[in-house]
Design a protein. Structure first.
Length: 318
């Protein structure tokens, strides 16, 4: 019996020792942190102001209240500087109000918030309603006025575009709703981002992520072709590991909700977790078949089984 270190693997026609192929696989996964560094949203690139104490809220308004009624009734607003918003795990539906900072020259900004399921923004300039925009984790991108990609859609409500003008008062009213069925809200905050920096980061990230996903597609296509040619199951398990990993990765950057299921934003709360379990199972099966652990490393084979099969059993829980 040959030692496992001399097992051979055909890579683009070349015979490569399996330990070298595994090392190459390990190096490919080291590229994930590098890709993360290209994420403007994960690094808060362009965010310049957090509004929390400036926000006032009301929970006594009827669900049928219109923006005109909300604007006309100045009583009942509770500033967070005096009483922070009481967080709860129950479904919530309330209104917030806050003024945006004054500027010396025109400035384009983006407004963002926590992962509320639905947010209706009403923009009031000098007492006059000038705009209405929708956002929220359960609001499809096609129904939003402002569409910024390369963000984790399930982790924030989404951006709305605003123009700050000198010598004007810009007030934001927002009706905020969430059943908290998917994510509990940890605070009532709003964030201002510089539009120019966000758009530049989005363009850079799309280029970087496109290159990365292109490489993954080549690996998936090549190894799937090899599976049909040589009929070795390790190739198929490797393809499943990569494909499920790419779906998880795409969800982190909002690519799945943009390209795969744009009309079903709730899937981003389930599908990535399911694919983590599939990737774990397929990765263990890949190692078992690739290294023939059942024959050469029985203890390792048992350990991999204990990791692989429970991963499949956890899928129904999602």
């Amino acid at each position: 019996m040959r030692p496992p270190t001399v097992f051979r693997f055909h890579l683009f026609g070349a015979r490569v020792p399996r330990w070298k192929a595994l090392l190459l696989l390990g190096w490919s996964y080291l590229g994930f942190p590098a890709v993360t560094e290209a994420a403007f949203y994960l690094r808060n690139e362009g965010q310049f102001l957090i509004l929390q104490k400036e926000v006032s809220y009301r929970r006594d308004l009827a669900p049928t209240a219109t923006i005109e009624q909300v604007m006309a009734d100045n009583g009942g607003w509770v500033p967070q500087s005096e009483k922070p918003f009481p967080l709860t795990l129950d479904p919530i539906d309330f209104w917030v109000r806050f003024d945006l900072p004054e500027v010396q020259k025109p400035q384009a900004v983006l407004l963002d918030s926590s992962p509320w399921e639905s947010v209706d923004y009403f923009i009031v300039r000098d007492g006059r309603l000038v705009d209405h925009q929708r956002a929220g984790t359960l609001v499809p991108m096609s129904e939003r006025n402002t569409r910024i990609s390369m963000t984790t859609d399930s982790q924030h409500a989404g951006f709305v575009a605003l123009d700050l003008l000198p010598q004007t008062r810009l007030t934001v009213f927002a009706r905020v709703m969430s059943t908290q069925r998917f994510l509990p809200i940890r605070w009532l905050k709003f964030y201002l981002w510089d539009t120019g920096q966000v758009l530049a980061g989005e363009r850079r990230d799309r280029l970087f992520q496109g290159s990365f996903l292109g490489i993954m597609l080549v690996l998936v296509a090549y190894n799937l072709g090899m599976f049909f040619v040589v009929r070795e199951s390790s190739y198929l398990y490797y393809v499943i590991t990569l494909a499920s990993g790419v779906i998880v990765w795409g969800a982190v950057f909002g690519l799945t909700s943009e390209l795969l299921w744009s009309s079903r934003p709730t899937w981003d709360f389930f599908v990535p977790w399911i694919n983590i379990q599939i990737s774990s199972w397929a990765g263990c099966q890949f190692l078992r078949t690739y290294l023939v652990t059942r024959r050469h490393f029985p203890r390792v084979d048992t350990m991999l089984k204990w990791v692989a099969y429970p991963s499949l059993l956890m899928i129904p829980s999602f």
